[in-house]
Design a protein around this ligand. Sequence first.
Ligand SMILES: [Ca+2]
Length: 291
Amino acid sequence: MACGDEKIIVYTEKNFSGACAEYRQDQPQLGDFDNKISSIKVFGSVWIGYTWPEYKGYGLLLEEGEYPDWQSFHDIHDDYLSSFKKMDMAPLCEPSNIQLFASENFSGQSTILQSSVSDLPCYGFNTTSSIKVKSGAWVLFQKPNFAGRQYILTTGSFPTKKSWGADVNAGYYVDGDDKISSLRPVKRPGNDPDDDIKVTLYEGVKFSGRKHVFTSKDDNTSDIQGRIKSAVVNGRKNWKLYSVAYPKTGATAVTELNYSNPRYPNPTSMPGADNTDGVQVLSLYPVKPDE
Ligand SMILES: [Ca+2]
């Protein structure tokens, strides 16, 4: 990522058409573009868009990439963008570490997370009432699977829901908006462009031990001797891992690693692969998420 290429381009119509404007600085007011932005391109940076001017209302994450239909991309449909500001890059480069607490003021049941969780209630954590972000930048979502109201937090202590912006007394809130049901680290710019399709498989948990990097399909991964116990996905493709070489069409994968949930610290974090001894991988294929 070249310095000086941190910008956002907004368009009044879907698919990058209509009137457009390019910004490199925070925009507390959008002038002619207020409530009119329908598609967006983000380069080399991460922004937070807000539904009200002066960085108020709902905050919505704008990571590096293209959003041809912004209003359909998220599910806060009742208002359009009215301001946005650029995120500080430093927290995006830190390791991700967050602690959730069931009760206010950092008490009650707690859990420490270093990678994304798509459904906190399924994970065994039903209520989040206070949070410590130990490092990194996180986006937390009201609904499972990274949907609904968003909260974007960097290093700090948040003793109550209101302290991270979940204010049920604010006019734009409805019941249940203040829940946290999924979360993930904010994507670092330059970390996963479409042309950087890659999966890194590790023979140890938590990204340790011998590692194997693949950038395309491999029908017979004869160099992987041990079992795979952790993995990281880069780029916008999922990876299917098979315990047979040359799998036939329709063969069942041991697990599919999803690019939207890029870090798998142990075997049990890999969907369907609950064997704590790890996954024997004899072939692997990158796939588009809907294949
Ligand atoms: Ca608005």
